[in-house]
Design a binder for this molecule. Structure first.
Ligand SMILES: Cc1cc2nc3c(=O)[nH]c(=O)nc-3n(C[C@H](O)[C@H](O)[C@H](O)COP(=O)(O)OP(=O)(O)OC[C@H]3O[C@@H](n4cnc5c(N)ncnc54)[C@H](O)[C@@H]3O)c2cc1C
Length: 434
């Protein structure tokens, strides 16, 4: 704990779904009243809610959905520091941040050290390649905003290539293969299909010049959803012309395409990997903090790691989900709930109170197939599990993002942002083309 003359230093590393909400709440509750110094450190200078990344990749996301950390910190009484954490010294209570470089490799900010009294790790997750040959070299990923923008650029260039080659007798359809039929893979496929239609309307493309394939090792897509909804989604994707290759385990990826365990070769110009997550590898050597087989920091029911001054939440934390024979799933609703619990605990910690136990409430899972439909299930104590689809599901799906926006902007600004986006979308193009 800090001595009496010094403010208690709370350092939050990672300003994603969990970290930005926590920094904003703690800034308002403690930073504003001078009760603590709240610092948020992130490797990037802007935040995009991660479930929107497939929209970034498809070029359909309005850029105003990005949140700049610096003004967010100024408005909400926390300090923002740009940089990538790379190390920890628990004895000295210090974290180490690597130098920030420009795109050309020039050092913009030197390496730095931050000291803490309470440290919160919320650095999220990355795709798990399972060490399959060629995945890291030839696949696109949707782990970060930068990767999503890279995907969008390559996608648009690939569309341009296929358009310019249209009159050639040898032109082939643009082929895109997505590995993984969880929510990310399925939502991305629907978005890409929608974009293809819009480009066809603009005259840049023909629907028939794009071939979408989803490859999945399991025999059912969307394993988190009830079988009835998975089948309905499967039918919808088939109707859209998406080629579903279920029960196929990927064994190798090359520049030309994807090989599965039964020897099939699927040609694909763009290959996207969306087949499971892990926490970043460097967490497994973080000054002796306990981690699991996918590098997540093991936390107890108060979200404390094996060091009582260090907490972890969101995708990088392994928190037992009692009665469910597993951990709390790596989902935005879990990140949101953990940020609320930790906010209470840290406030209590400063005033000598007890930490609050985290209890995860699963409100269900929803999957958006863009403009086509939204499907999912809702969990409720009174109703049990209810399957929903169509308009109601779309509204509930959007409400998860609205809850995140309310947590970081408040009700009034969220309402204004929603209105201004609706107006923008009615005036400007539906997709980004640069
Ligand atoms: C395409 C996609 C779609 C998804 N759709 C859904 C959905 O529909 N519903 C749902 O519930 N969940 C969905 N998820 C999962 C959900 O996004 C995550 O569970 C959630 O974002 C986890 O929040 P987090 O705060 O732990 O991590 P993140 O939101 O990923 O934030 C991590 C932050 O840490 C920063 N960071 C990383 N490393 C460092 C470092 N070394 N130093 C400093 N900063 C660092 C990153 O820049 C980032 O800002 C989706 C995920 C993806 C990728």
């Amino acid at each position: 704990m800090a001595n009496n003359n010094e403010q208690h230093k709370i350092v939050i590393v990672g300003g994603g779904a969990a970290g930005l909400e926590l920094a904003t709440r703690l800034g308002q509750k403690l930073g504003k009243k001078g009760k603590a110094e709240v610092t948020l450190i992130d490797a990037t200078s802007t935040h995009i809610w991660k479930p929107l990344l497939h929209e970034v990749a498809a070029g359909t996301l309005d850029e105003s959905e990005q949140v700049e950390y610096l003004p967010q910190g100024h408005r909400n009484h926390f300090r923002f520091r740009l940089g990538k954490m790379e190390g920890l010294n628990r004895q000295k209570k210090e974290i180490y941040v690597s130098p920030t470089l420009s795109d050309s490799g020039e050092e913009l900010i030197p390496s730095r050290t931050f000291s803490y009294d309470t440290l919160v790790m919320s650095i999220g997750s990355v795709s798990n390649t399972f060490n399959i040959k060629g995945v890291a070299e030839h696949c696109l990923f949707l782990d970060t905003t930068r990767q999503a923008f890279k995907f969008q650029k390559q996608l648009f260039e690939a569309y341009l290539k296929s358009y310019i080659g249209k009159d050639s007798a040898h032109v082939k359809p643009l082929s895109i293969a997505i590995v993984g039929a969880g929510a990310t893979g399925v939502e991305l496929a629907a978005q890409l299909h929608e974009v293809t239609n819009v480009l066809a309307i603009y005259g840049l493309n023909e629907k028939s010049t794009v071939k979408l394939t989803i490859i999945e090792a399991a025999t059912q897509l969307l394993p988190a959803l009830p079988i009835k909804l998975a089948i309905a989604t499967q039918q919808q994707l088939v109707n859209l012309g998406v080629d579903l290759k279920m029960g196929r385990r990927v064994t190798e990826i090359s520049k030309e395409g994807i090989t599965t365990h039964d020897g099939e070769f699927i040609e694909a110009e763009l290959k996207v990997w969306a087949a499971g997550i892990k926490a970043p590898d460097w967490l497994s050597q973080l000054d002796g903090l306990a981690t699991n087989h996918i590098n997540q920091l093991i936390v107890d029911n108060t979200l404390a790691t094996s060091d009582p001054d260090i907490f972890a939440m969101g995708d990088c934390a392994a928190c037992l989900w009692p009665d469910h024979k597993g951990n709390v799933p790596p989902r935005a609703q879990a990140a949101h709930q953990q940020a609320s619990t930790l906010c209470k605990s840290i406030c209590n910690r400063l005033s000598g109170g007890a930490l609050v136990p985290f209890v995860y409430y699963d409100y269900g899972s929803l999957v958006s197939l863009g403009k086509y439909t939204t499907v999912g299930n809702l969990m409720g104590n009174l109703m049990g599990t209810v399957s929903i689809g169509g308009f109601i599901a779309k509204v509930v799906y959007l409400s998860l993002y609205k809850m995140h926006q309310v947590a970081i902007h408040g009700y009034f600004r969220t309402a204004m942002l929603t209105l201004s986006n609706a107006f923008r979308r009615s005036v400007y193009k539906k997709i980004k083309m640069h």
